[in-house]
Design a protein around this ligand. Structure first.
Ligand code: 5GP
Ligand code: MN
Length: 332
């Protein structure tokens, strides 16, 4: 079925938008971009946007002050639009609104997404959910503020137009958004590159304590609760650490563990391409993309690292033999 936003919105009086826990640049950009569009183009529709607290750096995006970070009221929405979530659990606190909504619509680019809504617009090779929002709306009606939100999403999920998910179409969309009069460099600098002192300190700590394993093909680092308390860091301060680990010369996979509670870790995985980390995260109940994925796991850090490296080894050994046969060419 061809997805048409206008058709899906027909007859819907109350619509909610929601993104994933620990919202990142693409999640915030796609949710706020679509929210602004809904308010402008569908003023008769009552639209709400649900996200966990938006980190300060992202608050330069318009309407972030209208985001709802808790549920109030019990009336079901006519439509819940879920953005940048590979599964409904990823919605976190807003999941009950998704479950109770009369109809649901999912816009996403995670390869692990099983099309869990009534309507699904899932394109795994799209750079970002923000790119998909751009494709769904009438591009002539995108104003400057909406362009800023979508441009931020594109820039973040492509590592500033560098990762292999950056397609010619991504660049064309970015160009069109630039023509709306946005200050692209300012958005990238303030939301992507700029780090607080605390963020740099915790990054430094993670790099210093990192270990090379699997014959230097994998790099691992762990940040524990007590270190977070020592640096007075919050989970959002950890964004970007795993990408920095991946840049290490010679490694295929970077693994970053954040201790959320005793014996409970948020695991972030990044790959240079040989290993499909989405498969590994999905195996343990998480999900993501070929080169970037995540999962929550229980046990000691040693157990978690051992369990994950076991799955990495399976792919690395396998990829070695495939390489010889020249079958890796099509892999992301
Ligand atoms: P990050 O490591 O930055 O948290 O996440 C990397 C990618 O994996 C993101 O696209 C994110 O949406 C996805 N991801 C992270 N954690 C989970 C998880 O627990 N479940 C699922 N399904 N996806 C996740
Ligand atoms: Mn995304």
């Amino acid at each position: 079925m061809k997805i048409n936003l206008n058709e899906i919105l027909k007859g819907k009086n109350r619509v909610a938008l929601g993104g994933h826990v620990r919202p990142d640049g693409d999640c915030i950009g796609s949710c706020l971009g679509l929210y602004m569009y809904m308010k402008e183009q569908y003023p008769e529709t009552e639209t709400d946007v649900y996200l966990e607290t938006v980190p300060e750096a992202y608050q330069m995006i318009r309407c972030t002050d209208e985001v709802k970070s808790e549920i109030s009221g019990s009336e079901a929405y006519d439509l819940f639009i879920c953005l940048d979530c590979g599964d409904a659990k990823r919605l976190g606190f807003s999941e009950p609104l998704f479950e109770n909504a009369k109809e649901t619509f999912c816009i996403d680019h995670h390869v692990s997404n099983g099309a869990f809504a009534d309507y699904n617009y899932i394109v795994p090779d799209a750079s970002s959910t923000s790119e998909l929002v751009y494709r769904l709306v009438d591009r002539d009606k995108i104003d400057k503020s909406m362009a800023e939100a979508l441009y931020m999403g594109l820039a973040h999920d492509t590592g500033v137009f560098q990762y292999s998910c950056t397609s010619p179409e991504t660049m064309e969309i970015a160009a069109d958004l630039m023509r709306k009069g946005i200050d692209g460099s300012e958005i990238i600098d303030r939301t992507y590159y700029e780090k607080t002192y605390v963020q740099n300190q915790i990054l430094g700590r993670a790099l210093l304590e990192s270990m090379l394993i699997l014959d230097k093909r994998c790099i691992v680092s762990v940040v524990r609760k007590k270190e977070m308390e020592f640096f007075q860091a919050v989970p959002a301060d950890l964004e970007g650490i795993v990408s920095q680990l991946r840049q290490t010369k010679g490694v295929e996979v970077a693994m970053f563990l954040h201790e959320m509670a005793p014996q409970e870790f948020k695991v972030s995985l990044r790959s240079k391409g040989k290993v499909d980390v989405s498969k590994i995260a999905s195996y343990f109940g998480g999900g993501g993309h070929v080169r970037a994925a995540g999962v929550r796991m229980h046990g000691s850090s040693h157990d978690v690292i051992n369990n994950i490296t076991g799955r990495i080894v399976l792919q690395l050994d396998h990829s070695g033999s495939e390489d010889e046969e020249g079958e890796m060419a099509g892999m992301e």
